[in-house]
Write a protein of this length. Structure first.
Lengths: 809, 159
């Protein structure tokens, strides 16, 4: 691998000093002159007709500037299938449905006004599980589709399907076969910084919105459509992204509260801010979807996988977000994690009266990986093969094209598996039955963008000033993950300037080039690829100009140098002749001739060149602009085929746990995470990403669950919805980064933001099985579930666990 | 009904009018304009609003503003060292990658500061105990704990 000056070395983030000093400004901290505070009245029923809304008392409250409902505002339709309304008109379909909103001069008055709004409902029967909602004759949650055509059931029209090989052949070839069902709960992103926005119109009716979003440009498109719905055809919205306070997928859609702020701002002619409090964040923002999966897999007597059958049922909730496309990512592990032919995959999504869901880190992968990697261990157990060996036998390899058509450019899965086995001391600790156990699970994820939209592109503009500084305008979103840190290093590295001279501008649709959004672990992959392309363009321009400027300026340098050092004898080198555009190098802000001697005078400060070409007749300033769309394709999701990403990230995680058989409690003793990252860009930031993802993985495995009862969120606070604390994470963690130097990756790197939490839960579940022989198939693995399973196991000790299946079943 | 209250804020005497229902965080973020203190939950569960009152880390979202009369308050804004450079503890967070989205950071640093003021050589266990009330969703706490340890060593070396 190439030697880099900045890439691969530990570097503190450029934004960390401001954050450490309390000087970073989140949406919560922003104020606009004359700003009003918006508040939303949410539904008190999961499914009901709205008979009457009385806002008269709220309107009379001093300090209230506007009260809006669907009755006095234009209809704004939004969402992935445009099945959601900013303010609900005739019917509510979930507890959190937005019925009315107020804008007031302070937040307390806004809250008081909301309590004065009276709504009369006619309750309708609710559907709170996909099974109920799929029953024949179940009430329809949406009577019509967006086009107004009558619907006949509660199934979504979205299709996610894959078939390859021949399932029957695969089953017949199976010596061992296992079929099990698994489930995952609703999980909340739990950003420490809650959701919010400020909407403001200028006198030309153009909108500026400061939004906590991961998709500024898709949001601009959505908001412009809303402006059109409001009768403001041709008007524009400018989306500015403040310091984010965490994203984890919660910013991958536009939200009703944003449209409500827009409506209130338009109505009042004043800026309106809506920020969710923690209870609202838990109860009224969309969480990770709950899923149920059925998985059947088989293998031959040598442990070679023979077939895989996967069916997923996803509770969509009442409306449809981008999160409904989770199965587009589930297809990756279903078809391509380990080598298997003869595959069936199908996912169904069902409307219910539960809270509607959206993206969260991993985007369907943790859900399916949970089922698949649990099932891999169950099949290994059935076949009497060591789970580590079983994975090695079926391991993916570089150069293969998977049944989904994924082109595997590089693959470090084997190294990841071996690393985890070694760090866990697998051979010594596995199958020791001493209430301690070890387990592992692997993953595949997109690592080179992820095309789920017509464009998977990202742009970058670099602008140089008179002082050798570089300003970057990039549409990706820094949400805490460190995007601006790697972008800074990539620009410094690729252009040849010092990181201190690189400034990343705030993400703003008014100044930055288009970007599809910060999702699919694509931020660093895309940004750094654009940095390399833009830097190359700038270097070409700089070196072309240097042909003329360099000899002149260096001559001046030499003259000064000789004045200071009278006896100086310069080395024999004809710099005038050698000053050709393809002979220059730029490093740390200095231009020099590659093969020339490294004399202090024989180099030109970039800033001097920039001023020389700026302040002359017909002078110029240097900028470069690039737009990079990675070499991947938008898959046909109905057929489940297409190379969705330019490259793929692999990884294996291992856990050692101890189970308290009296209480059912799980104590994690050791976690190992080995990830094929292509190339480490900034070790400090990368470690932080994986440590943080592991904590989310531990939460997913052991306690996180948004409890929904008849559609109502019962634990909308950190007391009852527990995320890991510093004490919960008090065990050794080993990280191992496998560098496969991917040819599509910038500097060889792959995306790595999501993989860190994908296989954590099954690794822990597999370790629990190794420790005490119980298999928990529904997350989270609570002590109660473990105790119940332990009791069951005790009762069935006499029946033999291992059963051979008949061939051909 | 507004009440006048006086207290010491980041080493300076301040007098400010507070509504009766104000919490300390409202006073800090509102009339005093110190937005470094963050509100993450408003229920004392997340610790993002941690400030130091008379030497002890408290959740400013649970602290009635009127009770601050005559006391001494330190917020994240009061932590900067000479020439407004980051203090050793803040620098520890910066250098060890302990900051991601940064929303929990001011509260986290204030809890760590209260710990190191009372216990200059904490064990890892003591650090984790002291940070128990500060939730972080980004970092998994590993680099935060490292940062506090390194800052403690650095402070000891300097004393």
């Amino acid at each position: 691998m190439k030697n880099f000056r900045y890439i691969g070395k530990e570097a503190p983030r450029p934004d960390s000093a401001d954050k450490a000093a309390g000087k970073a400004h989140y949406i919560h901290d922003l104020q606009r002159p004359g700003m009003l505070y918006g508040k939303i009245k949410f539904s008190e029923h999961p499914h009901a007709r709205i008979k009457h809304i009385d806002t008269s008392k709220a309107e009379r409250l001093a300090g209230v500037r506007a009260v809006i409902t669907a009755n006095n505002t234009p209809e704004i339709r939004f969402g992935f299938l445009r099945d959601n309304l900013a303010l609900k008109k005739d019917k509510v379909r979930q507890y959190r449905d937005e019925i009315a909103a107020v804008a007031a001069i302070d937040p307390d008055i806004a809250e008081e006004a909301i309590d004065l709004i009276e709504v009369e409902y006619e309750p309708l029967p609710g559907l709170f599980s996909p099974e109920e909602a799929m029953k024949k004759g179940a009430p329809l949650i949406h009577d019509t589709d967006v086009q107004g055509r009558p619907r006949t059931d509660n199934l979504l029209s979205l299709q996610f399907h894959h078939e390859s090989g021949n399932l029957g052949d695969g089953k017949r070839a199976s010596e061992y076969l296992i079929e099990r069902e698994y489930s995952t709960p609703l999980v909340q992103q739990s950003c420490l910084g809650t959701a919010g926005c400020i909407a403001e119109f200028d006198m030309n009716n153009n909108l500026t919105i400061w939004a906590k979003t991961q998709i500024p440009f898709l949001a601009q498109r959505d908001f412009n459509r809303a402006l059109s719905d409001m009768g403001l055809q041709g008007k524009n919205s400018r989306v500015i992204v403040p310091t984010l306070g965490g994203g984890f997928g919660s910013g991958l859609d536009t939200h009703a509260y944003e449209y409500i702020a827009i409506l209130l701002a338009f109505q009042t002619g004043r800026p309106v801010k809506i920020v969710y409090n923690r209870e609202e964040e838990f109860a009224y923002l969309s969480p990770r979807q709950s899923t149920q999966s059925r998985i059947a897999q088989g293998c031959d007597r040598n442990g070679k996988l023979t077939f895989r059958e996967v069916e997923v049922l996803q509770d969509n909730g009442a409306y449809t977000s981008w999160g409904a496309t989770y199965p587009s990512v589930m297809m990756l592990p279903a078809t391509s994690l380990y080598r298997v032919s003869n595959i069936y995959f199908n996912a169904r999504l069902v409307y219910t009266n539960n809270t509607y869901c959206q993206a969260m880190r991993g985007y369907g992968n943790p859900e399916l990986n949970w089922a698949l990697e649990s099932n891999m261990d169950e099949l290994a157990e059935e076949a009497g093969i060591d789970p580590f060996e079983f994975r090695m036998i079926n391991c993916n390899e570089p150069g293969e094209t998977t049944p989904m058509g994924l082109k595997v450019s590089t693959c470090g899965l084997k190294e990841c598996l071996e690393s985890v086995a070694q760090k866990l001391d697998w051979k010594k600790k596995h199958k020791k039955s001493n209430l301690r156990g070890v387990g592992m699970a692997s993953l595949i994820h997109v690592g080179g963008g992820g095309r789920i939209y017509r464009s998977d592109a990202s742009g970058l503009i670099l602008k140089l000033d008179d002082f050798g500084n570089v300003y970057a305008y990039h549409g990706g979103v820094e949400m805490g993950q460190g995007l601006h840190s790697v972008l800074t290093l990539a620009i410094a590295e690729a252009l040849g300037v010092r990181p201190e001279n690189v400034f990343i501008n705030p993400t703003d649709t008014g100044t930055c080039p288009w970007d599809i959004g910060t999702h699919a672990s694509r931020g660093a992959f895309m940004a750094c690829n654009t940095a390399i392309l833009a830097a190359n363009k700038l270097r070409d321009k700089i070196f072309e100009l240097a042909e003329e400027v360099f000899p002149k300026e260096v001559e001046k340098n030499l003259k000064k140098f000789r004045e200071k050092n009278p006896g100086y004898n310069p080395p024999e080198f004809d710099f005038k002749k050698e000053a050709k555009s393809d002979c220059f190098e730029l490093q740390d802000g200095f231009i020099f001739i590659k093969k020339g001697p490294r004399e202090a005078w024989l180099r030109l400060e970039l800033a001097r060149l920039l001023r020389a070409v700026h302040f002359r007749n017909q002078g110029q300033m240097l900028t470069a602009e690039v737009f990079y769309d990675p070499p991947n394709v938008l898959p046909d999701f109905e057929k489940g085929f297409g190379n969705i990403s330019a490259t793929y990230a692999y990884g294996t995680q291992g856990a050692e746990v101890e189970v308290d058989v009296e209480t059912g409690e799980i104590r994690i003793l050791h976690l190992v995470a080995a990830h094929d990252v292509g190339k480490v860009l900034n070790p400090l930031a990368l470690k932080g990403q994986i440590y943080g993802a592991l904590a989310q993985g531990v939460g997913y495995a052991l306690y996180e669950e948004l409890q929904s009862q008849q559609g109502k969120i019962m634990n909308p606070n950190f007391r009852d919805y527990k995320i890991p604390t510093a004490l919960d994470m008090d065990f050794p963690i080993d990280l191992e980064f496998i560098e496969t130097d991917d040819s599509f990756g910038p500097f060889g790197a792959k995306g790595v933001a999501e993989p860190g939490l994908v296989p954590t839960a099954p690794a822990i579940a597999n370790a629990i099985f190794d420790a005490v022989g119980v298999r928990i198939r529904d997350l989270p693995i609570t002590p109660q579930k473990v105790l119940v399973a332990l009791n069951k196991l005790k009762q069935s000790q006499e029946t033999p666990r291992r059963k051979r299946v008949n061939k051909g079943t | 009904m507004k009440t006048e209250i006086s207290f010491q804020l980041n080493g300076e005497e301040v007098t400010v009018m507070a509504e009766a229902h104000y919490r300390l965080i409202d006073l800090l973020r509102g009339p005093l304009g110190l937005t470094g203190t963050k509100e993450g939950c408003g229920e004392g569960e997340c610790g993002a609003c941690t400030v130091i009152v008379n030497g002890r880390a408290v959740n400013s979202c649970l602290y009635p503003a009127l009770e601050i009369e005559g006391k001494s308050v330190t917020t994240i804004e009061g932590l900067l060292g000479p020439r407004n450079r980051p203090s050793i503890l803040q620098q520890g967070f910066i250098d060890h990658g302990a900051i991601q989205c940064g929303f929990c950071t001011p509260g986290m640093i204030m809890s760590a500061k209260a710990l190191l003021d009372s216990n200059p050589e904490p064990s890892e266990e003591e650090i984790r105990e002291a940070l128990l009330g500060n939730l972080c969703r980004c970092t998994g706490y590993v680099q935060i704990v490292e940062a506090v340890k390194k800052a403690a060593n650095e402070l000891k070396r300097m004393s």
